[in-house]
Design a protein around this ligand. Structure first.
Ligand code: HEM
Length: 118
């Protein structure tokens, strides 16, 4: 995909902002039980996606169709995992968090693949 770096960085910036709003919500309400939702959205969704984008930008990971798959698996995982954590914390539903964590793991493995093919 052309401009894969920009796609990663734009999604990362968006999810970082969303994570920060959740942080503000926790601070304002003094309700810290969704701290891991905030942390994963800001760290995996925000920081990690932007690191991926910078690595593609630097040419340190191969940008071909596997990179496009890596982008969408990462975005889906970065949104699904915090949502599923929220469900686990508030409703005791752990299955979705387990499945979403595998999507996040797959993102890490695709990154490994693309870094070693560069
Ligand atoms: C507007 C910006 C932010 C606000 C208002 C905010 C607010 C908070 C609050 C209120 C907590 C809970 C503290 C506690 O449990 O005592 C927290 C925890 C945390 N935050 Fe943020 N935060 C912000 C940005 C970030 C960013 C940018 C990151 C990482 C990239 C981050 C990572 C974390 C982590 C790792 C925790 C610990 C979570 C846990 O213990 O479960 N935060 N934040």
């Amino acid at each position: 995909m052309q401009n894969i770096d920009k796609h990663f960085i734009r999604w990362g910036a968006l999810l970082l902002a969303a994570g920060m709003f959740i942080g503000l919500y926790m601070a304002a309400t003094h309700d810290f039980k969704i701290g891991s939702v905030h942390a994963h959205l800001a760290l995996f969704g925000g920081a990690m996606l932007m690191v991926f984008g910078l690595v593609y930008r630097a040419g340190l990971a191969k940008n071909d169709s596997w990179a496009t798959i890596h982008l969408w698996v990462s975005v889906i995982g970065a949104i699904a995992f915090p949502l599923a954590e929220y469900l686990a914390i508030t409703a005791g539903q752990h299955l979705a968090a387990g499945v979403a964590s595998l999507v996040v793991l797959l993102s890490g493995l695709l990154f490994l693949l693309n870094v070693f093919r560069a």
